[in-house]
Design a protein around this ligand. Structure first.
Ligand code: MG
Length: 250
């Protein structure tokens, strides 16, 4: 029976992680270790500057007080599973997509990245769509992806970023392997005033605006496909490595 370690960045109470947990329980043992609060946008931060406390929520269900998704996977592996590798780390289901350069900020994707750093095949799941997400039906798509990963495995150094359109199952057009797209909405900084009339700033984003390029993660979800982008830990720009070596003659 496969063992799954799951986390998210929306918090242990989020309907996305609960739906994923219920669906994966049909396949094996699901050990959930998730933050105690919404940490969307926390990226791959690992907590070095203070100790962390783990609290039990339910059977095989834990929350790390103040812990990030990376902390949760780290402690899930070393403490809860006592260093025994699960078959798969899953992160999500995030409420909202993780596409293009946004995955750099994503706590959801970072949960999967931490799993890969620990040498475990890992997948991040996010839901794409404007309307309220039907997590039960999105979780069924996650289960299909998990079954494929269990069947075919995953190349070394690879983890998957999966974005699932929030559509009725019969409107989803299938799986598509994609590359990471480019940021498609404008950053915006709101300026507010505090009661003493001193300025405050709130980083936000304007409405989605599509820069659709075929073969990208954006393109796939926009057209109703489940986008699966293979990511890697090696961030080296290998093309630049060669061209810099040639130009600098070092
Ligand atoms: Mg989130």
């Amino acid at each position: 029976m496969p063992v799954f370690l799951i986390t998210n960045d929306d918090g242990y109470f989020s309907p996305g992680i609960q739906a994923l947990r219920e669906e994966l329980k049909k396949l094996g043992r699901v050990v959930t270790v998730a933050p105690d609060r919404n940490l969307s946008g926390v990226g791959h931060s690992l907590t070095f500057n203070m100790p962390l406390r783990i609290r039990r929520v339910d059977e095989d269900f834990w929350t790390v007080i103040g812990g990030t998704p990376a902390d949760c996977v780290h402690l899930g592996y070393y403490v809860i599973l006592e260093g025994k590798k699960p078959d798969l780390v899953c992160s999500g289901i995030n409420e909202g997509p993780n596409l293009g350069e946004d995955i750099t900020y994503s706590g959801t994707v970072s949960g999967a990245m931490e799993g890969r750093i620990l040498g475990i095949p890992s997948v991040a799941f996010s839901a794409f769509g404007r309307d309220e997400v039907d997590f039960r039906s999105v979780a069924q798509v996650c289960k299909e992806v998990v079954l494929k990963v269990l069947q075919y495995g995953m190349p070394e150094d690879t983890y998957l970023n999966v974005n699932i359109p929030n559509l009725p199952p019969d409107e989803i057009r299938g799986f598509m392997f994609t590359r990471q797209g480019k940021r498609a909405y404008k950053e915006k900084v709101l300026r507010l005033l505090d009661p003493q009339r001193r300025p405050l700033y709130w980083i936000t984003a304007e409405e989605f605006g599509w820069e659709l390029e075929e073969g990208t993660d954006y393109w796939a979800v926009y057209h109703g496909y489940v986008s699966i982008t293979p990511l890697q830990l090696d961030l080296t720009n290998h093309r630049a490595l060669r061209s810099l070596q040639e130009r600098w003659r070092v």
